[in-house]
Design a protein around this ligand. Structure first.
Ligand code: ZN
Length: 270
């Protein structure tokens, strides 16, 4: 499943061929993904100039000069193909730029989504209105987490997955950041000390930053004819490593929290 680093890498890859370009043609090859495409999608994009790209949580943003922003979510299996050799049956939305590039939103399982939102009202869009700060932005501070966690008995791991507290953090990166910060994922959030939170914020930013950098190094190939974004095959410290050795000599353990797996080292993480 595409996580925040894949979305960020996707946005950067799209920006290389789309930023400042005019969309000469837009076409949709079915009526919906997870939900219906906006009825005026083709009309709104055809002839529009892209004025910038961005990301909010796990959503990609394509701003246009018509005051509307294309907001996409990659769902479980979505990806953008740049200049594909041919258009396949899972290429549901296809854009052609004046510069001659073809961009195809490919989503075999169709859990993704495409929306058009008034650019000036993006923050109020329902999926964005309640989101907490971006994990890579200046608003995510130890003090923000201290306030958000105050008095909370829920496990710190579960609250880090709460999009109202931090936007866009997924299971992999929460497990890895807690490991690096040496925080037990089971600890009641309100009991995590400020010094521990001062380790956690840079740990979150480091694990995301490294994943984005790993994706960035594959951008060289991004605009090749069959160019596709690869998912990161990075080796993690604890994620999906149940029973394997930690550098400390302990063993990585898997537990289930909130219906999802957590991997951690009971010896390192207190
Ligand atoms: Zn360990």
């Amino acid at each position: 499943m595409p996580e925040l680093p894949e979305v960020e890498t996707t946005v950067r890859g799209l920006a290389r061929v789309l930023d400042g370009e005019r969309i000469a043609r837009a076409a949709v090859h079915r009526a919906d993904l997870r939900r219906a495409f906006p009825p005026d999608l083709v009309q709104a994009l055809s002839g529009a100039r892209v004025t910038g790209l961005g990301r909010r949580a796990k959503y990609g943003l394509v701003h246009t000069d018509r005051g509307r922003t294309l907001v996409f979510h990659l769902g479980m299996s979505g990806r953008w193909r740049i200049d594909p050799e041919s258009i396949g049956k899972h290429d549901h939305l296809v854009l052609e730029t004046d510069g001659g590039h073809v961009l195809a939103l490919n989503d075999a399982r169709r859990f993704g989504s495409v929306d058009l939102v008034d650019s000036a009202a993006l923050d109020a869009w329902p999926a964005f209105a309640a989101l907490g700060p971006e994990p890579l932005g200046a608003e995510l501070t130890p003090e923000h987490l201290k306030r958000a966690f105050a008095g909370r008995v829920a496990a710190v791991k579960l609250l880090l997955l709460d999009q109202r507290i931090v936007a866009g953090l997924g299971n992999i990166y929460v497990c890895e950041a807690l490991f690096r910060a040496r925080i037990d994922p089971r600890k009641p959030a309100g009991k995590v000390s400020l010094p521990a939170l001062k380790r956690l914020v840079p740990a979150i930013q480091a694990v995301l930053g490294e994943a984005i950098a790993a994706g960035g190094s594959s951008l060289r190939d991004y605009a090749q004819p069959s160019g596709e974004l690869g998912y990161f095959a990075k080796r993690f410290d604890v994620y999906d490593r149940e029973g394997e050795a930690c550098a400390c000599g302990g063993k990585v353990r898997r537990i289930v929290q909130g219906g999802r797996s957590t991997w951690f080292c009971p010896k390192c993480q207190k």
